[in-house]
Design a protein around this ligand. Structure first.
Ligand SMILES: Nc1ncnc2c1ncn2[C@@H]1O[C@H](COP(=O)(O)OP(=O)(O)O)[C@@H](O)[C@H]1O
Ligand SMILES: [Mg+2]
Length: 237
């Protein structure tokens, strides 16, 4: 459903991704691993139209989205939850969610808000609180809910568990599973390799702007040498 073909992309004329060929099948959770600076965030940003794509193509559901503006990519059914959360800290949780619903009719907005609260119950409890007063995990849930409210078929999440305790990270991983259960395809950049691989269907490892491994999560986890090699690389990165 989403495919990069021979993509060279980066910032201005500087290419960070080099000849990237990769496909992501519908309904799967793919975890992207790799050392710092290997191009994981750049891969997500490239899909979402936030880099310059200097060669190759990005296709989504058979459409060429390579040079499409981000807003149109979002309208095609892709949501991006960046590493620096796009949550307004001086606004309440409810107002953050309502802002994401500003283009919907009132009836649709109310229905979607209720569905978001059903999916992330903690947000209903916190709805009147300022987003800036939430815990890190709760704020991550707000960011995920904002992405979800655009009714995406594909969600791109950049390090959703960064800075969270192991316990709270598990809650975020559980939320990812719930999104998958709704039929949403997920591409998730993670530092937390061991835990992330457990919820993943597929693992893609990046190194220096290229795909160094691409395969089933079980196969990745079963390959001790590969895991050790990856973790070694990650430590050096
Ligand atoms: N906005 C930017 N402008 C210029 N170079 C950037 C920008 N963002 C990232 N880079 C460079 O692109 C490379 C890959 O970065 P990134 O995709 O953020 O890696 P990762 O997410 O794997 O840590 C790094 O060398 C980084 O310095
Ligand atoms: Mg990154």
């Amino acid at each position: 459903m989403i495919e990069l073909v021979g993509v060279e992309a980066g910032y201005g004329k500087l290419n960070v991704l080099h000849d990237v060929h990769v496909q992501f099948a519908p309904g799967m959770i793919t975890v992207i691993l790799g050392p710092n600076g290997s191009g994981k965030s750049t891969l997500l940003k490239t899909i979402f139209g936030l880099t310059s794509i200097n060669r190759g193509a990005v296709r989504f559901d058979g459409r060429d989205i390579t040079q499409m503006p981000t807003e149109n990519i979002n309208a095609c059914g892709i949501a991006y939850v960046p590493q620096r959360l796009n949550v307004f800290t001086a606004m309440t949780v409810r107002d953050n969610l309502k802002l994401a619903l500003r283009r919907e009719t009132r009836a649709t907005a109310e229905r979607l808000l209720a569905s978001a609260y059903a999916l992330f119950p903690i947000l209903e409890k916190r709805s009147a609180q300022l987003a800036g007063q939430l815990s890190g995990g709760e704020r991550q849930m707000v960011a995920m809910a904002i992405g979800w409210l655009s009714r995406p078929k594909l969600m791109l999440l950049d390090e959703p568990t960064a800075g969270l305790s192991p316990l709270v990270s598990q809650e975020v991983f559980a939320a990812l599973r719930q999104l998958q259960a709704q039929g949403i395809t997920l591409i998730v950049v993670e530092q937390n390799a061991r835990s992330a691989v457990k919820i993943a269907d597929r693992v893609v490892v990046m190194r220096e702007g290229q795909i160094a491994f691409d395969g089933e999560a079980q196969r990745f986890a079963a390959d001790d040498d590969r895991v050790r090699d990856y973790l070694g690389v990650a430590k050096r990165g």
